[in-house]
Design a protein around this ligand. Sequence first.
Ligand code: FPP
Length: 242
Amino acid sequence: MPPVPRHIAIIMDGNGRWAEARGLMRIRGHEAGVDAVRAVTEECSRLKIQQLTLYAFSAENWKRPRLEIELLMQLLKRFLVAERETLVNNDVKLTAVGRLDALPSYVLRELELSKEVSKNCRTTNLCLALNYGGRNEIVDAVQKIAREIAAGRMKPEQIDEAMIFANLYQPNMPEPDLVIRTGGEMRISNFLLWQISYSELYVTDTLWPDFKAEHLHAAIADYNTRERRYGGLVDRLKAPAT
Ligand code: FPP
């Protein structure tokens, strides 16, 4: 089996367009998107990918019509209930990042339960980004550090990259190796800003509800052709030793 990325993060875009192309309400696209979430999560667990992070609801998504937000939240709740057992059977641990307090209590309740029952699963960490914004995450980390300094427990000179990382929502998450965006837009949309500094990007025109295991394989195959240099040089480019 070819090597797989440790962490894949996905911007699941195109649900609305998928529905509109079929003359359906946008929420039907989100419903079809849940099937893609299920398929891709199962495949990641089968491929033993350590982490899958899905951008399920951004901090900016509150600007959508109230009805769409409400239906999305209900869909999320239904997913959490319906998939709980399957996640555990596939050894998938569920976690979440974002300003979770602002989510409706009926979602939070199910989220907590899914986190609890799957906490010992080890193959894949499925992390849902919910009411998530990359800038918010950095602001929240800076506030935590500032409180430590104000309390005299830390000095400003101690702040370094590792410390900022340690104060992000999920300090143990490996940095994403591969960020996939469906729906063709060439944007990051405030997703995991700190963590994706050196991630490989893969944008596909495939709309999220159409994205299934074979599309994931294509993204991974493309990733496996990349040379990751992290600002350095690959051997081929290094000057010959003198
Ligand atoms: C973007 O598509 C997608 C979202 C804002 C929501 C993603 C939600 C799901 C896939 C379903 C629920 C999630 C889980 C984890 C169960 P868009 O509506 O912006 O598409 P468009 O660009 O075509 O309008």
